[in-house]
Design a protein around this ligand. Sequence first.
Ligand code: SF4
Ligand code: SF4
Length: 85
Amino acid sequence: MRKIKIDIDYAKCTTPENCMKCLNICQPEVLLLTFEDEDYHNPKDWKIFPIFPSLCTNCGLCVELCPEKAISVKYNLKKLKKIRV
Ligand code: SF4
Ligand code: SF4
């Protein structure tokens, strides 16, 4: 199970190619603007994906800066407890 869970609400993040605030602020480069199975020539099909969640430091800057409140970053506390024991 992953220690960090990063969720993007795509109903709120509708034009990531014009924003990219989360992507630009994330120093470990956890996030990427890319496409799923759609036509990559069409920016409307691009989405922000957390491609390297294990690199996330939970700094919270992406959550803070997102103008649409579209990102949530959560630690799996059970997993953290197990690590500490
Ligand atoms: S919480 Fe910080 S490290 Fe994690 S994805 Fe957001 S900006 Fe990047
Ligand atoms: S900051 Fe928010 S609205 Fe902007 S690209 Fe990232 S998730 Fe989308």
